[in-house]
Write a protein that binds this ligand. Structure first.
Ligand SMILES: *Cc1c(COP(=O)(O)O)cnc(C)c1O
Length: 388
């Protein structure tokens, strides 16, 4: 059996090595290291792939979120609602801009924003919602957009974990995750579904004015050379990274398919255990999720394959994994509202029932494009052996 890894970047690289190596050398040779033609080309190809009018590349996913919030013109004290169960970057940028983060609980099945809690959290100070498509599964965007419209709020999608995922609206139309809100932010961190060989990120929008503002913000607030109209940042995608990403973009659908296939194999075995809850997808008309995995609409691209271990058995499983060198991860072990940096007396522990449970139950299994059936069979049999 191939060595088990949480993510197999090397195996993935080897399959596209020749093409990738050439693209890197080409950039080095061209000396167009900053904002060279490779960046433009990747930007245009990504616009086409995403079906979005504007892609603005930037330095990383955290910047993409921050720049989106700056461009929208949020002011200190404005409330921004996001989830308690996500990577810290989401809330970090809200706090950094002196906006007021309002953390809310997530849905126990999808791990995504709880729509009822969302409506309850809206106040006259609320200006934006940041749904996170956690672990690669698109949040309920149609409902979120309806709520946002009703209350006149911006929606910034944190699409760092779900690039390539599709969202199906009730009328059957589809849009890529990240292109539905006013703005979408994504990350090309190496282990993300479309990973660079270093840092990278991008912002998506269909709004021409917003795109114009964002292009200035990423470039020192400059719209004309040496004219600084707004306070901006310096956030660029490297030409070398863009060249690599442009090659990997051609494989993204295949990568998503491989992840979904691995998820299917995991779920086939693990869903039989009464101590395990396998991932669930939201049901919409077109979504055949009878096996917990949508086979029809790609609404989940499995950045992580994350299961819940019930009946207090996660500790036993973690011990067994450690003893047998089986890679695993707990994303995320501490709710954001309990983190030192984001604690606030406004928060009522009772309001975070689901997240407080999830941090004790979730475990993520190896998930990547190179995972094979033999490896999955081994991992699942070890899990069943320990926790039944
Ligand atoms: C990875 C990630 C980010 C940040 O991306 P970086 O490129 O590492 O800055 C933001 N939000 C979520 C949910 C992420 O998973």
């Amino acid at each position: 059996m191939k060595k088990l890894q949480m993510v197999d970047l090397k195996g993935q690289y080897e399959k596209i090595k020749e093409e990738v190596d050439k693209s890197i050398i080409d950039v080095v040779d061209s000396t167009a290291y900053i904002n060279g033609p490779a960046v433009k080309q990747f930007q245009e190809n990504l616009e086409q792939y995403m079906g979005v009018k504007h892609v603005i590349p930037c330095a990383n996913g955290t910047d993409a979120l921050q720049i989106s919030m700056m461009a929208i013109g949020l002011k200190p004290g404005d409330e921004v609602i996001t989830v308690d169960f996500t990577f810290a970057a989401t809330v970090e940028v809200i706090a950094l801009l002196n906006l007021t983060p309002v953390l809310i609980d997530v849905d126990k099945d999808t791990f995504n924003i709880d729509l009822i809690k969302l409506e309850q959290a809206i106040t006259p100070k609320t200006k934006a919602i940041v749904p996170v498509h956690l672990f690669g599964h698109v949040a309920q965007m149609e409902e979120i957009m309806d709520i946002a419209k009703k209350h006149n709020l911006y929606v910034i999608e944190d699409n760092a974990q779900a690039i390539g995922a599709n969202y199906t609206f009730k009328d059957g139309s589809q849009q890529k995750a990240g292109t539905i809100g006013n703005v979408g932010a994504t990350s090309f961190f190496p282990s993300k579904n479309l990973g660079a060989y270093g840092d990278g990120g991008a912002i998506f929008t269909n709004n021409d004015d917003l795109a114009h503002t964002i292009r200035g913000v990423v470039n020192h607030g400059m719209y004309e050379r040496y004219h600084h109209d707004v306070v901006g940042v310096n956030s660029r995608l490297d030409s070398v990274q863009a060249a690599i990403l442009d090659i990997k973009l051609k494989h993204l659908d295949d990568y998503s398919f491989r992840r979904q296939n691995a998820a299917r194999h995991y779920t086939e075995v693990l869903s039989k255990s009464e101590n395990i809850e396998t991932p669930k997808t939201i049901t919409h008309k077109q979504c055949d999720n009878s096996k917990g995995i949508c086979d029809t609409c790609d609404c989940h691209v499995f950045h992580q394959y994350t299961i819940k271990i019930k009946n207090g058995k996660r500790g036993e499983l973690v011990d067994h994994f450690k003893a047998n060198n089986i890679p695993h991860g707990v994303y995320y072990p501490i709710p954001l509202h309990s983190q030192k940096a984001y604690k606030d007396e406004r928060y009522d522990e009772k309001e975070f029932k689901v997240t407080n449970e999830l941090v004790d139950e979730v475990i993520s299994l190896p998930m990547h494009t190179e995972l094979d059936k033999e490896q999955i069979d081994y991992i699942t049999s070890e899990i069943i052996k320990v926790i039944g």
